[in-house]
Design a protein around this ligand. Structure first.
Ligand SMILES: Nc1ncnc2c1ncn2[C@@H]1O[C@H](COP(=O)(O)OP(=O)(O)O)[C@@H](O)[C@H]1O
Ligand SMILES: [Mg+2]
Length: 272
């Protein structure tokens, strides 16, 4: 039986030393070429190129309304692009039939902006839900074991019988991530994972994102305008401006520029 490694807590070595990533650049898991998407007259994405490699965290930065959520909806096949190609785990997302798309989606974990847990279910119920639905062959004991294991992985074993309304914002976010991890995704898509959380909780979430990457070798796209989160989690950062990635590189590379628009973004979003 697969065991989720334990969440090593907030004040561990990784936190102090910064993160160490083992990215396999011979294996792109997401490849996007010349992707375009408009809504009516509004060209949201105007030619996006991006590769995400095995075990890499790529942060997509950009102001509100620049098309970040649209981008990850296209990657997961929830929205169709107007043109361009999106290849995920070797498959062209837009040529898949519904059954194939469903299979592919099981390998992609989402952490949505308002990671909606089912309010009427306990934490246990919320975590069982994706397993019972997608892995019908599991016995009750196996489901229990996986639920307990993934809760341990996000450091929230004690909340198993609580209702979502009894949890803090940060705990809800972590349970949302656990609910996604329980299907052992190869790719994680985080949409504004730290939005609306207090600074300490943000650090915990950044840390959890890095732990997920390092323990499960997942590849992730992290959408955010929180530069502390971008700096802490991103092996590479891509800055979306006017429908294109205008700068891509390490956090330092992206912000080491005289471009006024990048400098303004930095000034208004970097609150340490
Ligand atoms: N389904 C849709 N229909 C029409 N317009 C949309 C749709 N989804 C997103 N948009 C528009 O596309 C733009 C980018 O949206 P979004 O990707 O959500 O931005 P953000 O970068 O804040 O995540 C916004 O102007 C939004 O109104
Ligand atoms: Mg968004």
């Amino acid at each position: 039986m697969y065991k989720f490694p334990a969440f090593s807590g907030f004040n561990n070595q990784l936190m102090e030393k910064g993160k160490v990533s083992f990215i396999d650049r011979s294996k792109p898991v997401i490849e996007i070429k010349n992707l375009k998407k408009s809504f009516g007259d509004y060209e949201v994405l105007r030619g996006i190129d991006l590769e995400v490699y095995q075990s890499e965290n790529v942060v997509v930065l950009g102001r509100s309304g620049t098309g970040k959520s649209v981008l990850i909806k296209i990657i997961s096949g929830l929205l169709a692009p107007d043109s361009g190609t999106v290849t995920v785990l070797g498959q062209d997302v837009n040529s898949l039939n519904p059954k194939e798309l469903e299979q592919l989606r099981l390998k992609i974990g989402f952490s949505f902006q308002n990671s909606a847990l089912y309010d009427s279910m306990t934490v246990r119920g919320n975590l069982e839900f994706p397993l019972v639905r997608n892995q019908r062959h599991l016995s009750k004991a196996e489901v229990n074991e996986q639920v307990e294991s993934v809760l341990d992985a996000v450091g929230l074993s004690q909340t198993i019988n609580q209702m979502p309304s009894e949890l803090s914002g940060g705990q809800r976010k972590r349970i949302g991530i656990a609910r996604t991890l329980i299907l052992k995704p190869e790719i994680m898509l985080y949409d504004e994972p730290t939005a609306g959380l207090d600074p300490i909780t943000c650090l915990e979430i950044n840390h959890l994102i890095n732990e997920v990457q390092q323990r499960y070798q997942t590849s992730s796209i992290i959408i955010t305008h929180d530069l502390t989160c971008a700096k802490a989690t991103g092996d590479r950062v891509a800055m979306l401006l006017d429908g294109k990635f205008m700068r891509t590189g390490t956090f330092e590379e992206v912000f080491n520029t005289d471009d006024e628009r990048v400098k303004t973004f930095y000034t208004y979003n970097f609150i340490q």
